[in-house]
Design a protein around this ligand. Structure first.
Ligand SMILES: [Ca+2]
Length: 423
């Protein structure tokens, strides 16, 4: 199935109209009341949002037979794990703008080669909302998005980074993952001076592949080099030749197949690359532990809510493809952990209800005791965290991808219904 550009644009226009009718996402206000919480401003929690790059849902040590993520496991076992968490678009930049704006791609309209987000979408980003509500705001790590407005005004501490293997910090050369942790720790230290509650988005580049390094692809601190070395990675599901041959031609010739050649086209390369991907995740896990230790040292750990998420899923040779753009579960499904040290009932709770990346936006605003703009398309997860089991909740969502990938224009829709919609 191959579309010409003209045919693809007509299909997109038609499907966008259909989506407007068929798949409206609920928009709710957050549950906190500003008046009540303003009285308790000094007790407002800090909110640490940690985003890993291309961390797919099943790569948490507590749920996986091989990979080790002890710090993330600790957050999950002391907090809440959302077992059905998805992104509305499985592309880095687009998903990241969705998280900041609370809007799906077809609303914020940002992806590669698109103009920056509009002024209204940018003005309603959660950092703007919480800053206007009395919070300090910080952004550290991977940026690579186009949002209008002044980030130096939006963020009190703004440290955007391009991908690199190492960075210089206080006279030392650090792996970039640890450098990002050090910047996050610097902001936590500075926040002691202001005494204001804060939100910080920590955006790791790991475990994203280094696209120009076709030999090794994934990088991590040297101490992880021998990790998983003696283990044989099992084959990916659906990785047989017949499954690949059954794919439509445009997928067989897509960027997902090109990158499969880089990573998985021999058994030896598959073993090497999957282990390197695992190590890059374990490095993020260690950096999360470093940041958490700083929260403890500064006395903030008991009043800091930590949200951990991946910006999209990832194919590890499923269907003999690589990457994340297509709309299968491997592309869309991500880990999502929320650890609220104030919540004494959440220890190890698992929530089956469907959470989306656009829910994070409302959740952060809600945790800050503020009201989300009516335009947000996600829902606060706070009622689910608080065991409000009768909260009306979605049982499906739409995914949209509109990006030119190797001359093939995709728009794929995927509606997911969980087998178990209960908490
Ligand atoms: Ca990504």
């Amino acid at each position: 199935m191959t579309y010409t550009l003209h045919e693809s644009l007509r299909l997109i226009t038609s499907l966008k109209r259909s989506l407007s009718i068929l798949l409206p996402l609920a928009v709710l206000n957050s549950c906190g009341t500003t008046q009540e919480l303003d009285k308790q401003v000094t007790q407002k929690p800090n909110i640490l949002f940690i985003l890993a790059d291309d961390h797919r849902w099943d790569m948490l040590g507590k749920n996986h037979p091989i990979i080790k993520t002890p710090n993330l496991d600790k957050l999950a076992t002391q907090g809440t794990e959302f077992k059905n968490a998805f992104v509305t678009t499985p592309i880095c930049a687009t998903s990241r703008v969705s998280i900041l704006t609370g809007l799906t791609e077809r609303t914020h309209d940002f992806t590669f080669s698109r103009p920056k987000t509009g002024e209204q979408e940018s003005a309603n980003m959660y950092p703007n909302i919480v800053k206007n509500g009395g919070y300090s705001t910080a952004f550290v790590g991977k940026y690579e998005i186009g949002i209008s407005g002044d980030n130096e005004e939006r963020f009190d501490f703004f440290k955007p980074l391009l991908q690199s293997k190492t960075e210089e910090y206080e006279g030392k050369t650090l792996p970039q993952t640890y450098y990002i942790a050090e910047l996050a720790k610097d902001f936590i230290e500075q926040s002691k001076v202001t005494g204001k509650p804060w939100t910080m988005a920590v955006n790791f580049w790991n475990p994203h592949a280094h696209d120009r390094d076709l030999v090794d692809q994934y990088h991590y601190p040297a101490e992880f080099e021998s990790m998983y070395a003696d283990i044989t990675i099992p084959p990916a599901k659906f990785s047989d030749d017949a499954t690949f041959e059954a794919l439509p031609d445009f997928l067989k010739k897509s960027i997902g197949r090109e990158r499969w050649e880089w990573r998985y086209n021999t058994p030896e390369k598959y073993q090497k690359m999957v282990k390197r991907y695992y190590r890059a995740i374990s490095a993020v896990d260690k950096a999360v532990g470093m940041i958490y230790q700083k929260l403890e040292e500064t006395g903030m750990a008991n009043n800091t809510v930590i949200i951990y998420m991946g910006d999209n899923g990832y194919n590890l040779n499923e269907r003999q493809l690589a990457g994340k753009w297509f709309g299968w579960e491997e592309d869309l499904r991500v880990p999502l952990i929320i650890y609220d040290p104030r919540n004494k009932t959440s220890h190890g709770k698992e929530i089956q209800k469907m959470a989306l990346n656009i829910d994070v936006t409302s959740t952060i605003v809600d945790l800050a005791g503020l009201t989300s703009p009516a335009t947000y398309q996600g829902k606060s997860l706070v009622p689910l965290l608080n065991n409000e089991t009768h909260t009306p909740w979605r049982t499906e969502f739409s995914s949209n991808t509109c990006t030119n990938l190797n001359a093939h224009l995709f728009l794929l829709l995927w509606v997911c219904v969980p087998k178990n919609g209960n908490m």
